[in-house]
Design a protein around this ligand. Sequence first.
Ligand SMILES: Nc1ncnc2c1ncn2[C@@H]1O[C@H](COP(=O)(O)OP(=O)(O)OP(=O)(O)O)[C@@H](O)[C@H]1O
Ligand SMILES: [Mg+2]
Length: 149
Amino acid sequence: MALLNEQELQAKAKALADQLRAGDVLLLDGDLGAGKTSFTKGLAAGLGIADYIKSPTFTIIREYQDGRLPLYHMDIYRLEDGGAGDLGLEEYFEGDGVSVVEWPEFLGSAMPEEYLMIHFHKDPQNDDLRVLTYTAVGARAEALAAALA
Ligand SMILES: Nc1ncnc2c1ncn2[C@@H]1O[C@H](COP(=O)(O)OP(=O)(O)OP(=O)(O)O)[C@@H](O)[C@H]1O
Ligand SMILES: [Mg+2]
């Protein structure tokens, strides 16, 4: 399995960005500091978004409208005790942009029906390397996963 440094991880995200379409949902799964936001930054760059802000920690949802497609970046870490079901996320998931969710384990009832989940694994030997694995649910996600592999 490929070990990626941060630059390579962001290059992967940029390559994925080229394939994305309105309504695609990416769920980013991994520990604190695993690289989910770093990946999203690469994705934003790939979509041609110029005003990317590092992390939506205090804003659960950030919308970027200045790229090839709108990007909806959600970090629901602070909703570990629930509440994601009240955010109206379905409208984003089914909307005219690409949705990216950090900490999807807290989605609860708001879990989308189809998605590409990207799992971020830290290399136990080297703090600067990551391995990505994928879980694709739905034909569209499977096509994206195949393009990434
Ligand atoms: N190969 C790598 N890929 C991604 N990030 C890396 C890599 N090597 C080192 N890093 C560093 O790891 C950190 C990843 O932070 P990032 O904010 O992307 O994590 P996160 O998964 O979004 O965490 P959180 O759950 O807190 O939001 C950054 O400081 C980044 O520079
Ligand atoms: Mg993050």
